[in-house]
Design a protein around this ligand. Structure first.
Ligand code: LIP
Length: 264
């Protein structure tokens, strides 16, 4: 299979992210967003599906050889050397309620030795703040074109730590003791509801770490690369017996990792 040039892939992913972001902006204040599925801690919208379809059309037009692993469905050849990893609206519950803290996350994974995938391109776009994070593996991460780096803070008591509670009682039960233990140790805890934004906030030095158990690969693939290209550390392990592509993650500036690892 012909190699996909990273710069061309990035350009296409940015175009697709901005297109989906435009749909999010246009529908932000729609009070009755069509709901496809709802549980106590999760909502899936018709707009999630529409945004993924829009993204897929742009990605496939330029790179039909790459498969798609998306929150709203998979397509293409699963044996393909490349796969796009797409969360069309990350932070769907926020978006449903009109809270302007949600984003589009698009990554390109390439199969490496042993058949595993490695993320080589990452794009996260927040259409409400008009903030576009981009990264190509081996090059600096950027926010709206400017190079970004993780924070220099080393002390937990000076750190802002973000947590994700995912969408099941089991993940909530696992994270609540972590919340109770960390609150007195850190400057602030933030639970903001969009994993991809939490990852790129760590990459941008706005947070020192982000911890979640039971998050899906499409939530964190792009943000994980952007974080690594900004000098941070992205620890992730697949959760056994969970839904496919479910992982636990510890994203950090690297300097607080040792003190945060006991909660990972
Ligand atoms: C969300 C994640 C968040 C997690 C939520 C949900 P979605 O993704 O970004 O970190 O805690 O349960 O999975 O569903 O809005 O794309």
């Amino acid at each position: 299979m012909k190699a996909i040039p990273a710069s061309a892939a990035l350009k296409t992913a940015v175009l697709a992210a901005r297109q989906a972001g435009g749909v999010m902006r246009k529908n932000q204040n729609l009070t009755t967003k069509a709901v496809n599925q709802a549980s106590q801690h999760d909502i899936k919208l018709e707009l999630d599906v529409k945004c993924q379809q829009l993204i897929e059309k742009t990605l496939k037009r330029s790179f039909p050889q790459a498969s798609i692993l998306g929150e709203e469905g998979v397509s293409g050849d699963p044996a393909s050397e490349y796969r796009w990893v797409v969360d069309p609206i990350d932070g769907t519950v926020n978006f449903t309620y009109g809270i302007p803290h949600a984003c589009v996350s698009i990554a390109l994974d390439r199969r490496v030795e042993g058949g595993e995938f490695q993320t080589v391109v990452g794009v996260v776009y927040d259409p409400f703040c008009d903030e576009l994070w981009t990264a190509i593996r081996g090059k600096p991460a950027r926010l709206n074109g400017r190079v970004i780096r993780v924070s220099q803070r080393e002390k937990l008591e000076e750190s802002i730590i973000s947590l994700g509670f995912a969408k099941h009682r089991s993940t909530l039960n696992r994270m609540l003791p972590v919340f109770n233990t960390l609150v007195p140790k850190v400057r602030k805890i933030r639970i903001m509801g969009a994993a991809a934004l939490a990852m790129v906030y760590v990459a941008s030095g706005r947070l020192e770490a982000y911890l979640e158990y039971g998050v899906r690969w499409w939530d964190v693939a792009a943000g994980g690369l952007i974080l690594e290209c900004a000098g941070g550390s992205f620890l992730h392990e697949w959760v056994p017996k969970a839904d496919p592509h479910t992982c636990r993650i510890l994203a950090s500036n690297g300097r607080v990792e040792a003190r945060m690892k006991r909660y990972f």
